[in-house]
Design a protein around this ligand. Structure first.
Ligand SMILES: Cc1ncc(COP(=O)(O)O)c(C=O)c1O
Length: 403
């Protein structure tokens, strides 16, 4: 027997959208990958070039990363079967936290089961009902969910607008209970935060600063620690969040910061305490990936991502494709804003027919009328892949425009 609460799910916006697209066999969502990593993957019954994953450095299939995951499983089992607070902290967690703290030059780091739970746990613990979170309008959903868990007041500022941030902080008044939260690299739009100015406004007002480096870590900065390092303001970030699930080719998340922050979160982050800790395989894989990224090989991989991102952006622009922000700083996420949801889905399907998988973001992942294709670079791509995908994308745009 059904229940009103279950029936109501189907009337909600996103479930309705997904089932409508699935009924027409044009859905970009929940497609099944038969092989998931590398520059080419098998999506259901077809082989396609992969330009929609967050495997920026190609580490999700790197032999030493896989070997480390295997060793982790053999030594510690398939799961920890406990929370970090109790029996779920194994030596692998301690090892990676020491390595992350050494990399970031912080007193400590704390590893969560995902970047999502790192954000929710940290923000939920730091803020209370009396606090205010001042958040960029394009910030990731996990940041919003963390603020919701905390019960703090949520105050938006316009995406990447320092003036809007200044105005929002001024409206708060007393900033002793205020945290400003931004992403380094925005996951859907590929835009980069004006961090130097954000630091100066936030610190000038006496507020705390949290930066989500989920997508920028491993890619930017002389030591590949992310966008704050590239902007020369890493030391100004009070709460640094990173994901192990993107450039590092594993699954998990972390917070790096001073001893007081880490000690406090160990006791107060609900997502850390009330959930089983990250699996031995994930942590061991990530630990090896961090080792690679920290060293000379990491420098080569990041340089390759930069070169490929610049090349593909150039190829698309040359073909008349409207790449948003193409004249700004390079980004491994190349956004092609289409606007209308239906047309974006149509173009996405045409690109798939042409032999490439790209990401897609519809409302509410992006603002209404800003539906976009999200083309992601990986160090695993060859220059031939870049030329081919530019061709496939521009052909799809032309073919669908004349329908
Ligand atoms: C900006 C940002 N923060 C946090 C997360 C969550 O990270 P994870 O995938 O490790 O849960 C994501 C994931 O998409 C993200 O894009």
């Amino acid at each position: 027997m059904s229940h009103r609460l279950i029936e109501r799910l189907a009337t909600k916006y996103i479930p309705r959208l997904i089932s409508e697209l699935e009924s027409k066999s044009i859905s970009p969502f929940y497609r099944t990958m038969q092989s998931a990593v590398g520059s080419s993957v098998q999506l259901e019954d077809r082989q396609v070039m992969m330009f929609g994953s967050n495997n920026y450095l190609g580490l999700a299939s790197e032999a030493r990363v896989l070997h480390s995951a295997n060793t982790g499983i053999h030594q510690f089992g398939s799961a920890t079967t406990g929370s970090r607070l109790l029996n779920g902290s194994v030596q692998l967690h301690v090892d990676i936290e020491e390595r992350l703290a050494q990399w970031y030059g912080t007193d400590g780091a704390l590893v969560f089961t995902s970047g999502y739970t790192a954000n929710v746990g940290a923000i939920g613990a730091l803020l209370g009902r009396e606090s205010t979170a001042v958040v960029d309008a394009y910030a990731h959903a996990s940041i919003i969910d963390g603020v919701r868990q905390s019960g703090a007041r949520l105050k938006w500022f316009e995406h990447n607008s320092v003036d809007s941030l200044r105005a929002a902080i001024a409206e708060v008044g007393d900033t002793s209970e205020t945290m400003v939260i931004v992403d380094g690299l925005y996951s859907m739009e590929g835009s980069l935060s004006p961090l130097a100015d954000i630091v100066s406004v936030t610190k000038g007002a006496g507020a705390l600063l949290m930066v989500d480096e989920a997508h920028s870590l491993g890619i930017y900065g002389p030591n590949r620690r992310g966008w704050a390092e590239e902007c020369g303001v890493l030391d100004e970030v009070d709460v640094l969040m990173g994901s192990l699930s993107k450039g590092l080719g594993s699954t998990g998340g972390f917070i790096a910061g001073n001893a007081e922050l880490i000690a406090g979160l160990r006791g107060a982050a609900r997502s850390l305490i009330f959930s089983t800790s990250a699996t031995p395989a994930s942590v061991a894989a990530a630990n090896e990936a961090v080792r690679i990224v920290m060293g000379e090989e990491g420098k080569i991989l990041a340089a390759r991502v930069e070169e490929s991102a610049r090349t593909l952006t150039g190829l698309l622009v040359d073909k008349g494709v409207n790449v948003e922000g193409a004249t700004g700083h390079w980004s491994p996420i190349i956004p092609i804003v289409i606007g209308d949801d239906d047309r974006t889905v149509e173009i996405w399907n045409e690109i798939l027919r042409g032999g490439a998988y790209v990401g897609v973001a519809l409302h509410p992942a992006v603002p209404r009328d800003r539906a976009l294709l999200r083309v992601c670079i990986s160090a695993a791509h060859s220059s031939d892949d870049l030329v081919k995908v530019a061709e496939v994308i521009s052909n799809a745009l032309v073919t669908t425009a004349t329908r």
